[in-house]
Write a protein that binds this ligand. Structure first.
Ligand code: PLP
Length: 428
């Protein structure tokens, strides 16, 4: 907080496409997609029109005991775009909430079906699922959450696989130890485990930690074999970020719960959804006094304005995914390869879809790190502002997560401005 307060404030006044403009009139490429949410750009005329249409109908009406056409339409749309069987949708308003809801549903399901001892959770090392207590408990975000451990329920974690990939090529990958550890945990603890939770394909907040192709399918098969739910947290990776509408759809995996947020409204408004298998939902039905209902709700759940924007987002995403997105991803990978794969200050590049991490280090050839107090990642991001680029560091890694609408020349600007900032702060 002290560091943040000491920095000159940067106040954003407006946005257009992939660009943001501050109150002084300076523009910046949004290399962070406004916290990984932005899809079609800022101030998109179609999303604006969808929002205004809904605004002239109703801005908010509760989903407690009521519904609204735009929410119902969005639920049907989400069920249709997800793998089959995920036919029920529970709306909320942020990614952490979507994960909490999946966890609580899994916990309650096993009680309702006569397996109350199945209450444990298994997560992946390095996982990030949000900052609320339930999501901190199942996450593994080091000092971000460590001090709150005593207030968190216990959860097991299995080691993450290793995978280095960029420019569409897997350079090194090994999931053997990770899958063996999960198999052991499930063999020993399936009777007391409700669910496994996973950010599939890419662990974003861990620094774009990648999983080898096929890993999610193997985890799903283990969960199924041991009678444990699989929760896929696609809050970051869905809606085109990795090239497809959902990762589970691309991988041919059908989880028990699917958590969506961030790109759901293309970065316009807070909205999240937890998709649930029909047969799980069926267990929550019963008379009021049987107390089978899921007692969980948020005031702005399924907000109509957000739902209207989400519908328009999905309508616009389909042709983007079928059309230019794949070639933009290829182009992005090639630019990163050319610019950073032999850069003396970049120890490792990881990229999948329109998401990448550059790990900065004093030298490529030793394991030495920069002193933490030097805040090298932050310094590069501050310098990038002077080159008209907004980026976010994660320690000494730079995370590049552009809006999906950037064209090839803008993706070039993103990569080249990053390189210029890096070379200014860490000259060779
Ligand atoms: C994979 C994942 N899950 C959950 C969350 C939490 O979402 P929110 O910040 O909307 O609560 C995030 C946020 O970055 C995330 O990356």
């Amino acid at each position: 907080m002290q560091e943040y307060l000491s920095l000159p404030p940067l106040a954003i006044a407006s946005g257009q496409g992939g660009w943001l403009t501050d109150t002084e009139g300076r523009s910046y490429l949004d290399g962070n997609a406004s916290v990984w949410t932005n899809v079609h750009g800022h101030n998109d005329p179609d999303l604006n029109a969808a929002l205004q249409r809904q605004l002239s109908a109703v801005a908010h009406s509760s989903m407690l005991g009521l519904t609204h056409p735009v929410g119902a339409e969005l639920a049907a749309e989400l069920a249709a775009l997800a793998p089959s069987g995920l036919g029920k949708v529970f709306f909320s308003d942020n990614g952490s909430g979507a994960v909490e809801i999946a966890l609580k549903l899994s916990f309650q399901y096993w009680q309702l079906t006569g397996w109350p001892k199945k209450s444990g959770v298994i997560g992946l090392a390095g996982a990030y699922h949000g900052d609320t207590f339930g999501t901190m408990a199942v996450g593994d975000s080091g000092f971000f959450h460590e001090r709150f451990r005593p207030w968190c329920f216990p959860a097991e974690h299995f080691p993450a696989p290793r995978c280095q990939e960029w420019n569409g090529k897997v350079r090194a990958a090994d999931a053997t130890a990770s899958l063996a550890a999960l198999r052991t945990l499930l063999t020993e603890q399936a009777d007391t485990t409700a669910c496994v939770i996973l950010e599939p394909s890419v662990q974003g907040a861990a620094g774009m930690r990648l999983q080898p192709p096929g890993f999610v399918r193997e985890v799903a098969a283990l969960c199924r074999a041991h009678g444990v739910h699989l929760i896929l947290d696609e809050v970051f990776v869905a809606f085109g970020r990795l090239g497809g509408m959902t990762v589970c759809g691309e991988e041919g995996v059908s989880p028990d719960f699917l958590c969506l947020a961030k790109g759901l409204t293309a970065g316009y408004l807070p909205l999240a959804a937890t998709l649930v298998r029909e047969e799980i939902h069926a267990e929550f039905l019963g008379s009021y006094e049987s107390r089978r209902a899921f007692f969980h709700g948020h005031t702005f759940t399924g907000n109509p304005l957000a739902a209207a924007v989400a519908l328009e987002n999905i309508r616009k995403l389909r042709p983007l995914i079928a059309g230019p997105l794949r070639s933009r991803i290829t182009w992005f990978g090639r630019l990163l390869d050319e610019t950073f794969s032999a850069h003396p200050r970049v120890r490792e590049v990881r990229q999948r879809g329109l998401a990448a991490a550059l790990d900065l280090a004093p030298s490529r050839d030793s394991s030495a790190e920069f002193p933490v107090a030097q805040r090298v990642g932050l310094q590069v991001c501050l310098r990038a502002r002077e080159h008209g680029l907004l980026l976010r560091p994660l320690g000494d890694s730079l995370l590049l997560v552009p809006p999906l609408c950037l064209n090839e020349s803008e993706l070039g600007e993103l990569v080249h401005r990053t390189a210029r900032a890096l070379d200014d702060v860490l000259p060779n």
